[in-house]
Design a protein around this ligand. Sequence first.
Ligand code: FAD
Ligand code: SF4
Ligand code: SF4
Ligand code: SF4
Length: 370
Amino acid sequence: MSTKSFQDLIKEVHDIGICQECGGCVSFCSSAEYNIIGFKDQYSPPVYINEDKCLECGICYYICPQTHILDDDLNKTYKFSDYSSMPIGYYEDIYSCQATDEEFLEYGTDGGVVNSIINYLIEKKMINGAIVSRTDAPFSREATFADNKPDLIRSSGTKLDISPHLDEIQKFSTYTHSIPELNHYKFKKLAVVGTPCQLYTIRCMQDLGVTPSENVEICLGLFCYENFFFEKSQIKKFEKDFNIKFSDIVKINIKEDVIFRLKSEGTGEKIIHIPFNHLKEYMRPACNACDDFTNIFADISFGGLGSPDKYTTVIPRTEKGKSILSQVINAGIINCLDLDSNKKDKMTELISQFSQSKIKRKEDFMKNII
Ligand SMILES: Cc1cc2nc3c(=O)[nH]c(=O)nc-3n(C[C@H](O)[C@H](O)[C@H](O)COP(=O)(O)OP(=O)(O)OC[C@H]3O[C@@H](n4cnc5c(N)ncnc54)[C@H](O)[C@@H]3O)c2cc1C
Ligand code: SF4
Ligand code: SF4
Ligand code: SF4
């Protein structure tokens, strides 16, 4: 394999508009202490900062989710063959679960399962904490470390006591730069919650044995059809098109469409469903070039799709994922619906449809840029 460098990522990934801004290259650069590459701002791909110090080692190139260099290794480790035979990756079972803790359930995105599991792992000292994402406005989140229940509740789906200062904000993104956060917790055992692009880069680093990926004890993967990005000028259009005031958004759920829960005078809560294809102009462009919907390399994947309101769809994949899931079920941390095989088949069929639609979207997009 010829030696590659960040320069090749610029040519092959950035210049054709498919950088997912996952931050893997920045976090795992072999010479991170020299600040060779970095994000100039959090809404565009990373750039060279000190190019003359680049070792041309190629690490950034190998772990990028858009170069697919290590796919064969990962497929073998995570028992994945191809999307046509496994549209939702390798799994043996699928569940619909809910937190038994009232606060995790109330503030959780769906069933509050992800944060309940993290809390259990912290209490049992299986991890020191987790890289999660805290809401600071309806469409803006920030990566953060949580090692206790109050911090996890603050990182749950519902916006708590934060009033968004919309006038001060120029851009919004639903995407969180979680991976660079790993570098701040080098000596801790971590869980990481992430989108498929983020967990892919961690798995590549683990495959190559590069620091600090060995600290990641468990990868908790979110389903992800796409993420959204708003310029300030688009906010007014969005509000007008969908008759939604940003400041009224209490919660966002993603299932077959995007569900906005709004504060509403008198009636309590108003719910608006918007199909994905109506939100195209707000989608992060690089999400077009992504084909993993269900986070096929996670230890356990989680989504809203397929489960009733206030329940999370849970797909354990690895031995570690399966063991942790059975521990939290046995400990009464989460309850799972008693689904018969017919119901499970329907869930997997629906999730497969979304996976296939994402794969097709990538195929169509790539045809136009290559
Ligand atoms: C950007 C995004 C897109 C998604 N797209 C889909 C989809 O298309 N279809 C679908 O079925 N489900 C999707 N999900 C997953 C779904 O919204 C829920 O996160 C999932 O069902 C878990 O719910 P829960 O109540 O069990 O999680 P909770 O217990 O509420 O925990 C959620 C965890 O996710 C973390 N988190 C929140 N936002 C981010 C982020 N941007 N990056 C990294 N971590 C984050 C939180 O900090 C928390 O630790 C998406 C989630 C996100 C964040
Ligand atoms: S997709 Fe991730 S690893 Fe690849 S260039 Fe973009 S930020 Fe770096
Ligand atoms: S030193 Fe290696 S990992 Fe860092 S930018 Fe250069 S090629 Fe990429
Ligand atoms: S669709 Fe999700 S996983 Fe794919 S690039 Fe966008 S944010 Fe990352």
